[in-house]
Design a protein around this ligand. Structure first.
Ligand code: C5P
Length: 285
């Protein structure tokens, strides 16, 4: 039996635009995504000689074939024609669920990378990402990570310059958001402000953190905020204590801010921790 270890990093959306509904029911999106150091840990036993097992240290996470990590393992092994004679997946969970931070997708991506490494890297990282699209829309990005422009359902990716050095504070309020429902809701809205992707790419190229923060824009943010005004409270704490920019990640409900120094992040964290147990400090990865 072999045990593999793989980190599974959370993502945030620096920009997120919804371009329109497709015939397959999904939406075309355009989003600049960024991996951050908040992470789950994946351990994978290969060749257990027993039926498949998935364990997670956090309650409420499905521990069977509904889990994206399980789906990813099955898809990889079926596609590559491999039979490892039993696997056990163990997930140490730190990324909050239903947060827009790509937690489940990131676990799936980590399983794909670990299995591909185990079998001698038969797939390139890009081929592995393409395979990941069969598990979920955010999986391709989570396979590759870094700073990426993602289009289509999220599977068409282009590498962008690294984000300038900064610190994130991520807060997960105590309400979940259903992604399909939010996509349905936005279909009925006229989108006011959309991201200026050209400006954001220039800001990244120049390594200008102020301009990057100025360009943060997620079309889902106002739609969720109008129903959950506490997001405005969190954002006002961010601004008061020195955040350069802030917004909701993905379909929420996590919101994040970006600051220049760890010390500022620590102050913001302390100001919010009383009301929000799920607050994290992270760096770009
Ligand atoms: O692909 P994933 O399972 O993450 O998507 C969850 C749901 O979010 C989809 O079933 C769909 O309703 C919605 N979605 C969408 N367009 C995308 C991504 C997700 O409509 N690009």
């Amino acid at each position: 039996m072999t045990t593999l270890f793989e980190p599974a990093y959370a993502k945030v959306n620096l920009t997120l635009d919804v371009l329109g509904k497709r015939e397959d029911g999904y939406h075309d999106v355009k989003s600049i995504m960024q991996t951050i150091s908040l992470r789950d840990d994946i351990e994978l036993d290969i060749g257990t000689g027993k039926p498949w097992v998935l364990r997670c240290d956090k309650e409420g996470i499905p521990c069977d074939e509904r889990n994206l990590a399980w789906k990813a393992a099955k898809l990889y092994l079926d596609t590559m024609g491999k039979d490892p004679d039993g696997i056990e997946i163990r997930i140490t969970k730190r990324i909050p669920s239903e947060a827009g931070l790509g937690g489940g997708s990131s676990d799936a991506a980590a399983v794909l990378r670990a299995l591909n490494r185990h079998y001698g890297d038969p797939l390139s990282i890009w081929a592995l990402a393409e395979l990941g699209a069969g598990v979920g829309s955010d999986v391709p990005f989570c396979v590759v990570g870094g700073t990426m422009m993602c289009e289509g359902r999220g599977e068409r990716m282009r590498k962008l310059p690294d984000l300038p050095d900064c610190v994130f504070v991520v807060v997960k309020p105590d309400f979940p958001i259903s992604t399909p429902e939010l996509f349905r809701k936005i279909d009925e809205k006229v989108i006011g402000q959309r991201p200026d992707h050209q400006a954001m790419e220039s800001a990244l190229l120049a390594g200008d953190l102020e301009k990057v923060c100025h360009g943060l824009c997620n079309v889902f943010d106002p739609v969720v905020t109008e129903d959950h005004l506490e997001l405005n409270y969190i954002k006002s704490v961010f601004s008061t204590y020195g955040a350069i920019g802030h917004q909701m990640s993905g379909s929420g409900s996590a919101v994040y801010c970006m600051v220049s120094e760890f010390e500022i992040a620590a102050v913001i964290c302390n100001m919010l921790r009383g009301n929000y147990p799920q607050v994290f400090i992270a760096k770009p990865v």
